[in-house]
Design a protein around this ligand. Structure first.
Ligand code: FE2
Length: 247
């Protein structure tokens, strides 16, 4: 009898992340880091953000001196080329660029020389540290950043898994004026179960200020679609604590 018992096609609602407004962590500029390798891919990724409902993307190439020695000039030139190609293809979405600064000797030197940093908006600077081991002086570097009137936005704190037995540090960072950014893929176990566990803890403690995609390639678009339906993301949305839409 089964041929007569056809299952109805499941209707899959398109994922909607429009409530976030702005994505503030991605690697969309072609060929300058481990993100998009070429313009065609960048355009495909931009269209992916559009399909998910985003109004604006602030892309953040790595500045990690030993691997990706990017400068503000390189990044500005790159985003101008991307904007031009988007315009040529009639894609209407706001795109800006900042950087994801890795806290290394180069970054410390930039601070020492008081060279202007690329910001997400106003004085917000996206920074990351090693996911393998804590740099011995990262809290001092963050403090120096604040002394120069910047506000550190710490990228994916849940990925610094070596901090999981010292959870007080996350509250300490928040109390000292740093902001925290969740990678939405962390909630799906994309970076492993321990990272997922720490991300869940930080959501429950209401310590996140931003949600970012950290998108590097099209597989991350699938991840974002899946993340869109997660109860913990809905919880973040309902909390009113996220600042993405202010960017
Ligand atoms: Fe990133």
């Amino acid at each position: 009898m089964w041929p007569f018992n056809k299952k109805k096609e499941a209707i899959i609602e398109p994922a909607d992340l429009s409530w976030l407004g702005t994505d503030m962590h991605s690697h969309l500029i072609p060929g300058i880091d481990d993100g998009s390798p070429d313009m065609a891919t960048s355009i495909e990724l931009v269209r992916g953000f559009q399909a998910l409902g985003y109004r604006k993307v602030i892309t953040t190439p790595h500045i990690l001196w030993e691997m990706y020695p990017n400068t503000p000039d390189i990044i500005r030139t790159g985003v101008a080329a991307l904007r031009a190609e988007m315009a040529a293809q009639g894609i209407q979405m706001e795109i800006g660029a900042a950087a994801e600064y890795f806290i290394d000797e180069h970054f410390v030197e930039e601070l020492a020389q008081k060279r202007p940093l690329l910001t997400l908006k106003d004085n917000l600077v996206l920074v990351e540290i090693s996911t393998v081991t804590a740099p011995f002086d990262f809290k001092e570097v963050l403090f120096e950043l604040q002394l120069q009137d910047y506000v550190p936005v710490i990228a994916h704190p849940e990925r610094y898994i070596y901090l999981k037995d010292n959870k007080a540090i996350f509250t300490e960072l928040k109390d000292s004026g740093c902001l925290l950014q969740l990678n939405m893929g962390s909630l799906l176990g994309h970076y492993g179960a321990s990272v997922q566990g720490l991300a869940e803890y930080l959501v429950r403690e209401e310590l996140y200020d931003f949600v970012g995609s950290d998108l590097h390639h099209s597989r991350h678009l699938d991840l974002m679609s899946r993340a869109a339906g997660l109860p913990l993301l809905a919880r973040l949305k309902a909390s009113g604590q996220l600042k993405n839409a202010t960017l």
